[in-house]
Write a protein of this length. Structure first.
Length: 291
C-alpha cells in the first residue's frame, strides 16, 4: 500500500489534508464497530492506512494481539468492506488485516466475498452472524443503561420514562436543544434498539415502547433499579476489555517501536479462536474476564 495517494493515520479523526474521497472512506470506516467493545474501529486506532486511486480503495488494519479471535477479525474486515461499498463511486475494495495469525485466510475470504464458514470450513464453529447478534444485544443493553441512568439523573420519573414510545423519546431528545448529551445518548440508543424491536418497519417501531428488555417486553418501573444494576454488569466487562485492548495495542505498536517496526510476538500457533454462540461466553480469551 504505497501509492502516492496514500494517507496513513491511526487517529480516530480524518487525517488532516486528506482528499475528499479519502475523507469519505474514513467517515464510512467510523461507522464500523468492534463487535464486543461497541466502539468504532477508527476510534480504537485499528485502521492504519487508507488509499484511494480512482474508484479503488485499499484499507489496512491491525488488532491488539497476533491471536485476536478469528471471527471478530473477520466480522470487522467484512463490515469495513460493506461500509465502503455504500459509496457510489467505489469500484474495487481491498481490506488487509496485518500481523494476525489468520490474516492470510481472512484477507482471502473477504476479498472473495466468502462467508466465515466458507473461509474456515470445518474449523469454524458456527457462522459469525450468531456472534454479531450476541454482541449487538450487549451493545443495546449498554446503551439502554447509559440513556436511562442519564435521564433518571436529570430528574425524570421511572414510570414516565417507561411509558414513552420511541416517537415520544425522539421528541424528548428534539426538545433538548441545549442538552447535547441527551441527544447523543438517544441517537446511540436508537441505532441499536432495532435488535430487540418487534417490527422492522420504522413507523411501527415508533409506536412501540421506547424501553424494552432483550425479549421485547416492557420494563416494570418497580424493578427498574435492579434491572439497571444487572445491565451495568454487562458494561463492566466490556469496559475492562476495552481498556485491555487499548493497553495491548499501545504495547504492541507504541511509538518506541517506530512506525511499521512492530513484529508479531513469538507465540504457539493455536486452533482458531471463536466466540461460542450458545450464551454470553467470555469475549476476549486474553482477558480472562468472565461475566
Amino acid at each position: 500500500m504505497s501509492t502516492p495517494r496514500a494517507v496513513q493515520a491511526s487517529a480516530a479523526a480524518v487525517p488532516e489534508g486528506a482528499s475528499s474521497r479519502v475523507a469519505e472512506v474514513w467517515s464510512r470506516l467510523g461507522t464500523v464497530a468492534d463487535p464486543e467493545l461497541d466502539e468504532s474501529v477508527t476510534e480504537l486506532n485499528f485502521v492504519t492506512a487508507v488509499e484511494v486511486d480512482g474508484g479503488c480503495v485499499a484499507v489496512g488494519f491491525r488488532l491488539p494481539t497476533y491471536w485476536c479471535e478469528a471471527n471478530f477479525a473477520f466480522l470487522m474486515a467484512d463490515d469495513m468492506r460493506r461500509a465502503i461499498a455504500d459509496l457510489p463511486w467505489v469500484t474495487d475494495i481491498t481490506i488487509t488485516l496485518d500481523e494476525h495469525m489468520y490474516a492470510a485466510e481472512i484477507n482471502r475470504g473477504v476479498a472473495a466475498g466468502r462467508s466465515f464458514q466458507q473461509t474456515f470450513g470445518s474449523e469454524a464453529n458456527g457462522e459469525v452472524e450468531d456472534v454479531r447478534r450476541i454482541f449487538l444485544v450487549k451493545a443495546f443493553q449498554r446503551r439502554q443503561e447509559a440513556l436511562l441512568s442519564w435521564l433518571l439523573a436529570q430528574g425524570s420519573e421511572p414510570a414516565m420514562l417507561l411509558r414513552l414510545s420511541m416517537t415520544q423519546l425522539e421528541a424528548l431528545a428534539a426538545a433538548s436543544a441545549d442538552d447535547a448529551k441527551t441527544r447523543h445518548l438517544v441517537a446511540r440508543y436508537r441505532e441499536r434498539r432495532f435488535v430487540v424491536g418487534h417490527s422492522a418497519n420504522e413507523k411501527e417501531q415508533g409506536d412501540e415502547p421506547a424501553f424494552i428488555d432483550t425479549e421485547g417486553r416492557a420494563l416494570n418501573p418497580d424493578e427498574l433499579g435492579a434491572y439497571l444494576r444487572a445491565l451495568r454488569r454487562v458494561g463492566v466487562n466490556a469496559e475492562f476489555n476495552g481498556a485491555l485492548c487499548r493497553g495491548l495495542l499501545a504495547a504492541r505498536y507504541g511509538e518506541s517501536c517506530g512506525e511499521g517496526s512492530a513484529q508479531p510476538p513469538a507465540v504457539e500457533i493455536k486452533p482458531v479462536h471463536f466466540i461460542r454462540t450458545g450464551g454470553f461466553a467470555p469475549a476476549r480469551e486474553v482477558s480472562g474476564a468472565a461475566e
